[in-house]
Structures are given as C-alpha cells and as structure tokens.
Design a protein around this ligand. Sequence first.
Ligand code: ADE
Ligand code: ZN
Length: 343
Amino acid sequence: MNVNKSLGEFIKGIPKAELHLHIEGTLEPELMFELAKRNNIKIRQNSIQELRDAYHFNNLQEFLDIYYEGASVLITEQDFYDMTWAYIEKAHSQNVLHAEIFFDPQTHTNRGISFDTVINGIHRTLDDAEAKFGITSKLIPCFLRDVDPKSAMETLNQACAYKNWITAFGLDSAEVGNPPSKFKEVFKSALDKGFLTVAHAGEEGPAEYVWEAINLLKVSRIDHGNHSMDDETLVKHLSKTQIPLTVCPLSNLKLKVVKSLEDHPLKKMMKSGLLVTLNSDDPAYFGGYVNENYLVLAESLALTIEEISQLAKNSFLASFLDENEKEIIIKKIEEYNISFHSK
Ligand code: ADE
Ligand code: ZN
C-alpha cells in the first residue's frame, strides 16, 4: 500500500471543522480579477500569474499589505457572497462539516463599504451552505489591532444589530507592538454583551501576549499561539485549562514564523497535552486549504493516522458547537476510523 496515498485519502475523507479562516484570505486571484473587472477597479499586477508571483512574504506585515490591497475589489453584497461561496465549495470538497469564519469589518468600513453590506453577503452564503451541503458555521468579526481601539468599539456597536448572526469577536492584523491589553475595554464590552472572544496571539508576538489574551481578553481560543512554547508555565496552563490553539502550518511557513515544516511545534504541542487544531488561515495566499495543511504537516512531522484523527476530533472539541453536536460528530469520526481501517 502506498502510505502517502492512503494518508492523503484518510485526510481527505475525515470529517473536519475549520476554526481559523479569514474569509478575505480565501479570495483567489481568478475571482479577484473578476471582481476588479466587475467593479471597475485597477489591480497593480497585470495578470493572475503576476499576482501569484507577488505572494512571497518575509513576515506578517508584508503579507498584510498585499492582503488588504486584494480586499479592495470587494464592493457589493454579491461580491462578499461570491467570495464566501467559493470557500464553501472548497470546504465541501474537503469534507469540512463546520466552519468558524473570521472577517475584518474595518478593512471594508474604512474604505466606505458598510458593515451591513459585508455581513449580509457573507451570512446569505452561510445560509445557502447549510441548505445545500449541510455545512454549519459561526461568524467571528475581528478587530484590527493596528488601528485605534475607538474604531474597534464603533465596529462592536455596528455589529450589535446582528447579534444573532455573530458568535464571537477576534483580534488580528499586525501583532508586534499591538498587545491584547490595548483592546481590554472593547473585549470587556463584547463579553458583557454576551459574545465569546478569541485572539491571534503568539504568532509573531511573545508568550506574554498569549497570557494577556487569556487574562485580559478572556479568550475561549488562541489563534496561532506558536510562541506559547517559549514559556513552560504557559504550556502547563494551556494543557490544564485546555484553551485550544488554532494552528496554521502553511501560514507559519509562508510568513516565516517557522523555518521549515520539519521545525513546526505541532507535535511538541500535542505531546505537551495541548488542544490543537489545524487550519488554513488565508488559503488563497499560503498555497493550501485545510486538507493540504494536514497533509504537509503529516508528511513533515511523520504524523500517525491516530494523531491525524485526534486533530480532526480536536477541531470539533475546540469549536463553538454545543456539547451534543460535538458528541455526534466525534462518534462519526470514530466510525470513519473503523471503516477506513477495515477497507
Ligand atoms: N489577518 C489575516 N491573516 C492574518 C494572520 N495570519 N495574522 C494576523 N492577522 C491576519
Ligand atoms: Zn489568522
């Protein structure tokens, strides 16, 4: 039996949730050019290939500059619908049964697109995704941490009109120099209004930022969290509390958070008892959707079928689904394991 082939098949078929996915990061160059044409917007690069060739980054900021530029082709509700639908089709093809999706409202409101346009487009897709494919989802608007917290507070107030559609608030964008403490009041207000919270922390920033996200922002999950591994006390805390980390291997590689996938801390995280999940972050920019993230890491770290299966289970355990829903899907994964092994 070809081990890699069967590993690939196992990964492809196993039910998964995706918990760290920026919808603007799913905008593939082909659709970006189509939307640019539709909206009469000029893209700096002259072709899809030229655009793809620009996707080489030395750090998070170099990526963010290109990513925000790419988002400028999104104007109408239909544009947000089309972008989100393209992701849903991809997710369906990869057996993603549940997705908790980030979007960056300020990236759009700062250039005159209303919060309503953005959320209506995305939400309409998610309704259709459930009706057509049975894919369930949660929505997580993120505050931009390199922008004034006053703007985050305005965003939170706008979002309150859509309370039923929003599960949690997140924190993303340029990390170093923008610690979670800067957003303590905004997150307190979100928590008081009954929302959950998550935050990118320890991607480029230090373990101290992960502590701040936990202690000041009261997060239910840490997005990335790689630098948690630099602090033994923090690792013990994450293991004890089971606060999940949403890890993104190809993103880490492309943004030079890790030198190589062989150096990725995922296995060490699992051995330390952390609740880790695998995700694609911004798949259109980093060269792979969730299955590719599983596959490259499985190959680089020699993950076993049992470890892959645990990661898939973790993706649901760490999700914002209710306990009953989690139990049902964990059983499905166990059945999948048995049927795969008996093939
Ligand atoms: N926004 C989109 N992708 C991001 C990442 N990997 N880190 C921080 N902000 C982001
Ligand atoms: Zn991210």
